[in-house]
Design a protein around this ligand. Structure first.
Ligand code: DHB
Ligand code: FE
Length: 457
């Protein structure tokens, strides 16, 4: 379950990974706030009052007050964030780094002038180098530990338990992908649900097409849904455009897309599994953006309603996975298909018996812009569904221009279905999946709606 951490035995070194980042989230965000002059002034004027505004632990606040960088790192701080605090105090990076070594400022500077610290004896814990000893500790840290010994002992136990679980590969049970689900995600479907119009003649056939799916879902509910969707200029504007982004937060609120937030439950994430997938997939050479602040739009919430109805709380945890299909260049179908295979390997290497479904959303043919708006291509859509079911590699080979020409400019959303399809067992040499449901309907607003359920065997 724990992340694989080969860097744990490098002496005098804390690698800032997802676990550290979760632990230090608000400590680091507090440090970031010091990049504004007005915040620095308020912090300097009354440290306690300013620190009270941030949801940090008491230990983190104490470490900040003591300006003990080793202590702050122990509680999840990262040096580039902590450096904002050092800068606020007028310290240089050399002063900050030196303060963590147990040397005086002069000794540290002299060591650097003399060529720096040698790696000899400092590569592994337990060697004879000069970075092996106990870290420099402020009096404040030592007395804090004396008065919090019980909590500390519990932490040591928890750390040991976590590293034991990480090492117990033989006995481990793994997460598995039980099924993939594919569906369009039109905002008007959400509006029809929210405004009580699902029984109207226009909408009735569409919702009827999903009734078998809701029944299937009641009988085949997973623990986690890995939900591939695209953000539609909602959380990501033109300031930063990630191609692939994974939501690693504990929860995600429904976004206000201009009509007010939809009256749907907030989405509960799975930060541990998401971080594990991120680490595994990035090590398989797919560059993901990690997102801890994300509001989810119709691309995610409408499929949730279609498969789960409108409960008080969503019955599963969800890992949102965003794909840029708004501004070109967007990733190819082949790239998405390969990414799905990497995601399957990541999920199957997670040491907990979780049932995971992977969903691909968006599409089918639609064009929302220009004189060609309203384009629908039933024949192409259904050929795509056929290929996706029986010959996914052929579906993955479809070039971008075909989506645009044949399925409309927004039909490109269909590349996201290839991530879900790539994660199915047959693509990795396993058995063919079973088609549990297929549905196609025109129109919902400007869009042809397509929907498939494939079960792994
Ligand atoms: C519509 C479809 C979409 O996929 C979308 O993101 C926005 C609007 C539509 O058909 O209206
Ligand atoms: Fe869309």
């Amino acid at each position: 379950m724990a992340l694989h951490k080969p860097y744990k035995d490098v002496p005098g070194t804390t690698i800032f990974d997802a676990d550290q980042s979760r632990k230090g989230y608000w400590l680091n965000q507090f440090c970031m706030s010091l990049m504004k002059a007005e915040n620095r002034a308020r912090f300097k004027q009354d440290e306690d009052a300013y620190l009270a505004e941030w949801p940090m632990s008491e230990e983190q606040r104490a470490a900040v007050r003591a300006r003990d960088l080793n202590w702050m790192m122990r509680t999840g701080g990262n040096i580039y964030f902590l450096a904002k605090l050092g800068a606020t105090d007028g310290l240089s990076f050399q002063q900050m780094a030196g303060s963590m070594t147990g040397m005086s400022e002069h000794q540290y500077r002299d060591m650097m002038v003399g060529g720096g610290r040698s790696p000899e004896g400092n590569r592994y814990q337990g060697e004879s180098g000069d970075a092996q000893g106990p870290v420099a500790r402020s009096d404040a840290w030592q007395s804090w530990e004396l008065s919090n010994q019980d909590a500390l002992a519990a932490q040591v136990m928890a750390d040991h338990a976590a590293s034991r679980m990480g090492g117990a590969q033989e006995e481990a049970v793994h997460a598995r992908i039980t099924a993939s689900v594919y569906t369009s995600h039109v905002p008007a479907i959400g509006a029809a649900i929210d405004l009580g119009k699902t029984e109207e003649a226009y909408w009735k056939p569409l919702f009827a097409g999903y009734e078998p799916s809701r029944q299937w879902m009641r009988e085949n509910r997973p623990d986690v849904v890995f939900l591939v969707y695209n953000d539609h200029a909602t959380s990501f504007d033109l300031g930063v455009i990630p191609t692939f982004a994974i939501g690693t937060a504990a929860e995600f609120e429904p976004a206000d897309e201009g009509y007010g937030p939809r009256p749907v439950p907030k989405v509960i994430g799975h930060p541990e599994l998401a971080s594990h997938i991120a680490q595994s997939v990035i090590q398989q050479d797919f560059d993901l953006t990690l997102v801890n602040e994300l509001k989810v739009d119709h691309g995610l919430t409408v499929p949730m309603n279609l498969l789960f109805g409108s409960p008080e709380e969503w019955p599963v945890k969800v890992i949102p996975f965003h794909v840029n299909v708004v501004q070109y260049p967007v990733p190819s179908g082949a790239r998405c298909f390969a990414l799905g295979q990497a995601i399957r390997r990541a999920i199957e290497s997670y040491d907990a018996p979780l049932k995971v479904q992977i969903w691909g959303t968006g599409g089918m043919s639609h064009q929302l812009q220009g004189p060609r708006a309203g384009l629908i291509n039933r024949e192409w859509d259904n050929a795509f569904l056929d290929k996706l079911i029986d010959d996914p590699a052929a579906a993955a080979a479809i070039p971008h221009i075909d989506y645009v020409r044949e399925a409309g400019s927004e039909g490109i959303e269909l590349v996201m279905w290839l991530i879900a399809r790539g994660a199915m067992s047959d693509v990795g040499g396993g058995n063919k999946p079973t088609l549990k449901h297929r549905f196609y309907h025109v129109p919902a607003s400007n869009t042809a709606v397509g929907h498939l359920i494939l079960e792994n065997n």
